[in-house]
Design a binder for this molecule. Sequence first.
Ligand code: ATP
Length: 280
Amino acid sequence: MTAEVAGLTVRHRKKTALDSVDLDFTPGVHGLLGPNGAGKTSLIRVLATVSAPDAGRVELLGSEVGRPSDHRERAAVRRRLGYLPQEFGYYPGFTVREFVGYVAWLKEMDGDRVEAAVERAVARVGLGDRIDAKVKTLSGGMVRRVGIAQAIVNEPALLLLDEPTAGLDPEQRVEFRALLRELGRSSTVIVSTHLVEDVAAACTEVTLIEAGRVAYRGTTADLVELGGTVDEGGGGAGQTSTGGTVDEADGGPAERGPGGNPIERGYTAALRAHRTAVGA
Ligand SMILES: Nc1ncnc2c1ncn2[C@@H]1O[C@H](COP(=O)(O)OP(=O)(O)OP(=O)(O)O)[C@@H](O)[C@H]1O
């Protein structure tokens, strides 16, 4: 098990972002799906050790890291982690090489390995020809790819990516999904995304979060299969009792009603079944 949380609760002031969540992750690519505000970023931030849980146990790469007294374990785990936050900060005056190298240094990588590791990470995100360009001269999609390069420079055992495909054009998304699949062969990769098609193309497992709880867990194939059981006419499995659309600010797949491709229908059905079960 690379990452495991039990009874994980995260609050932001009075708002409960995660409500006693139990989850575990093994090597492979895991998609985290859910409407806006579901709690995906709150989960990723705890797994990245950048925020502390209010309650519950967090075990990463064999070490407990959730308690304030676990700082030594956290420091050791961070060297083996990769993390791309939703909004990632960088020094605009740095070149790509300098910035990714700086992150390698923060992760205390062996100095002899840094140069080759930086070049490899930058090449893997398709920016080899811009490695000596200043980050501030790059497009938004390229900056996002620099963010992915800094997350993978240490070949992390646990890689956490919060909305990595935001801002990437369709061709880059296709390339990035291939990279995810490759990374997932040896590492545990957890990807938060709004794009159900990212999950269909790159993830082996899906966790659907809704209002701070786990609404669904299964393989991508299971979710697609669930979508296949939904009647396109609107009365399929998991339909809300009112048969209407759900009042959400998100505007995501669940709000478009039936239709869409099988995985979108699976997402909708799983979400609605969960809402019915919890009486939401
Ligand atoms: N710093 C904060 N202060 C107050 N409330 C917060 C804070 N961060 C998150 N929240 C609230 O906690 C809940 C979970 O937020 P979180 O960002 O984890 O969701 P998410 O699934 O990542 O959403 P999105 O898909 O929009 O990125 C939301 O209701 C959000 O408004």
